[in-house]
Design a protein around this ligand. Structure first.
Ligand code: HPA
Length: 245
């Protein structure tokens, strides 16, 4: 059951990954964010891809989500763990904490968001009532518990278009909608994985308080990067427990 990991901001490479080969997969949807890295992590086979490219140069609205998910499946991935930086809206989601969302609201627009885009295909409506794979989520939650990593075990992810951060009013609206965290990459990634029937779950890393939630007047990129360093350490611990479990 090869696990694929999509690394988000702060996770452009997997520490401890014994790299075996890199594979550039050409897909009917164009090029993925970079070559897939095949290797072993704690002895288990994994496939890694940096969502924003290995040099972190592809902004969220320009990521070729269709090519990324398609390439991972073509390369043999049987499940996908997405790591994603988010802003915390719920008071429990303070910077550097992890969260495993169980719901998502899509506020993105203009992204290529389906594989069923041709008018010669029969119309397909995937079930997306539960956007994340329950079994993989459960395993992630158990892994965090086992690793002693403090994490929020549910929550609603609001996917915004970016690349700018939100206004305070937009975050208030997201909060009224029931969003607990906000990020820019959750959609269409989750829906595309469901279309290809790949179990998919997200490990969110809180990088900052969302706009207007914390005491900060301005959200500084340096602060985000610093916080992500801490959060990513927890992600590594979860990964180790997940893979060894
Ligand atoms: N908003 C949207 N995406 C994000 C944020 C945020 O505050 N922090 C990290 N990714």
């Amino acid at each position: 059951m090869t696990l694929a990991i999509i690394g988000g901001s702060g996770l452009t490479e997997l520490e401890g990954l014994e790299i075996e080969r890199r594979e550039m997969v050409h897909t009917p949807y164009g090029e993925p964010s970079g070559p897939l890295t095949h290797g072993r992590l704690h002895g288990q086979p994994v496939i890694f891809l940096a969502r924003h490219g290995y040099g972190h140069t592809i902004p969220p609205h320009r990521v070729n989500y269709r090519a990324n998910i398609w390439a991972m499946q073509a390369a043999g991935a049987k499940q996908v763990m997405a790591v994603a930086a988010v802003g915390g809206i719920h008071e429990a989601l303070s910077p550097a904490r992890l969260a495993f969302p169980d719901q998502i609201i899509d506020y993105t627009h203009g992204r290529a968001s389906t594989y069923h885009d041709d008018d010669h295909d029969a119309v397909v409506h995937i079930d997306f009532t539960q956007p994340y794979d329950a079994a993989l989520r459960d395993r992630l939650i158990a892994a965090a518990h086992e690793a002693g990593v403090d994490a929020q075990t549910q929550g609603c992810y609001g996917a915004t278009q970016g690349p700018r951060l939100e206004t305070a009013a937009e975050i208030q609206r997201l909060a009224r909608d029931g969003c607990d965290m906000v990020g820019m990459t959750g959609m269409p990634e989750a829906a595309l994985a469901r279309e290809l029937e790949i179990p998919y779950a997200t490990c969110a890393v809180v990088a900052n308080w969302a706009a207007g939630v914390g005491r900060d007047e301005v959200i500084a990129m340096e602060q985000i990067h610093e916080t992500l360093q801490t959060g990513i350490q927890s992600v590594r611990q979860v990964l180790q427990a997940l893979i060894s479990g």
